[in-house]
Design a protein around this ligand. Sequence first.
Ligand code: NAP
Length: 329
Amino acid sequence: MTDQMTYIQLVGRPNGFPTADDFAFREAPLPGLEPGTALVENLYLSVDPYMRQLMDEVWEFNTPLEGRTLGRVIASADERLKVGDVIRHRYAWRTHSLVPAEEAQPVNEYPGVPLSAHLALLGNGTGLTAYVGLTRILDVRPGETVYISAAAGGVGSAAGQIARLLGAGRVIGSAGSPEKVRHLVEDLGFDAAFDYHDGPVAEQLAKAAPDGIDAYLDNVGGDHLEGAIENLREFGRIAWCGGISGYNGEAAPVRNIDDVLGKSLRLQGYMVRHHLDAREEMEARLVPLLQSGEIVSEETVVDGFENTVSAFLGMLRGENTGKMLVRVK
Ligand code: NAP
């Protein structure tokens, strides 16, 4: 076993799009076990859009970073964690982590389900976020027309498949390239999809949903939210999951926000951390379908901890299909 670990710290604050120079790689001896903790060898790291927001002020320079991580316990000083256990935790951007037992989330390993899926289709910030958005926030009903933005990403690709399971009548997605648009329709069961670079979202959505939409899972904000509001039917619902178009700068203004009132729409934001109790229900529904191949855990896996920063920057540029993950080694 190595006695060294590698970790990444923030050393610069981006003005606009971040660069690799905003981060520095460091080496240190492995931390010693303390009572109530376990030493974890990290297997997969999740690089997420919200991290770009944290770079602006929340993340401090030269201190440990956080993020969703999957790791295996290699030494333990707490009876709740055994050597070999696979856990989720948030002591991220490092090859090894000292994790307090009360902050470790045990992972149910299922036959035929790859470990990476526990940060993707079964991950809190991916499949669970999509599941909660569609079931608890939008309450999608059979036959309804649902629109999902950033549909080829982690949350979006899970949401499209889950909307289908819930019986949505028509599922529409938008994404950033013709290849992604094709993938949504040909492989992920979307009924229609469009590339948001090809014209105004409102116009493209109107073509894809001539009778309007009932529910919108918003991952992008700005012109996507405006386009959805324009196409929502009266009493339609919006789940405000994220707003990635505004993370590297200003999102486009939503000029028709008054229509939320005029059309009696419901616009509700949500954070998945307030809905972790939905995990059991989500796993009961999704795991058998994942095992039978009826749904897939969409992932782009970048190999090597040394590529963590480029994976993060690539995700912000849309280089991922499904959840962007780093396989630590
Ligand atoms: P993701 O969708 O896998 O990756 C981000 C994607 O955003 C990129 O692949 C890119 O795809 C798209 N994108 C980047 N810039 C864009 C822009 N200016 N306009 C439109 N699309 C753009 O990321 P994720 O982890 O699944 O997160 C998706 C959303 O869910 C984010 O808004 C995130 O903040 C939110 N989220 C919310 C919660 C919660 O608790 N509410 C939890 C997790 C995630 P294209 O090629 O399509 O441009």
